[in-house]
Design a protein around this ligand. Structure first.
Ligand code: FES
Length: 141
């Protein structure tokens, strides 16, 4: 291993140590290995830009009041990726009514907590979900 590789490895290790101090193991897992990322066939969609300037996009496939499939895209931070991943996993197979009532506190609990500066990332994810459902219901009318 040359000097540069050694330095790069040490840096990587230091960064990971910082990340582990800041985020729960669940957040790190969902962030580094997210589920349901990308576009799917959908009949409900929303895109919202949060207070931080990052964007979350959500795609839902709703059939007979049940969320059959869900996915997301984001240009946001690692915590937002974790939120999108966990949120889409939670709502897949649930009723639209259940999904509507899912708030950011519940999502944060499922993620094993989030640092104060990332609370808005969970809010962005749940707001995008609610907006996608709203858009779906408006189209149904
Ligand atoms: Fe912008 Fe997390 S969504 S910092």
């Amino acid at each position: 291993m040359d000097e540069f590789d050694k330095w790069a490895r040490e840096m990587e290790q230091k960064i990971m140590e910082e990340v582990e101090k800041t985020y729960s193991p669940i957040v790190i897992k969902e962030w580094l290995n997210p589920s349901n990322i990308g576009k799917i066939e959908f009949n409900a969609h929303a895109i919202i830009t949060g207070t931080c300037g990052d964007t979350m996009e959500m795609y839902l496939n709703i059939e007979d009041g049940i969320i059959k499939d869900a996915s997301f895209l984001t240009d946001g931070c690692g915590a937002t990726i974790a939120c999108g991943s966990m949120l889409t996993k939670l709502i897949k197979g649930s009723s639209v009514e259940e999904a509507k009532n899912l708030d950011s506190d519940f999502l944060i609990k499922k993620l094993g907590g989030l640092p104060e500066e990332n609370i808005h990332c969970a809010t962005l994810a749940t707001l995008t979900l609610k907006k996608a459902i709203e858009n779906f219901e408006e189209n149904e009318r």
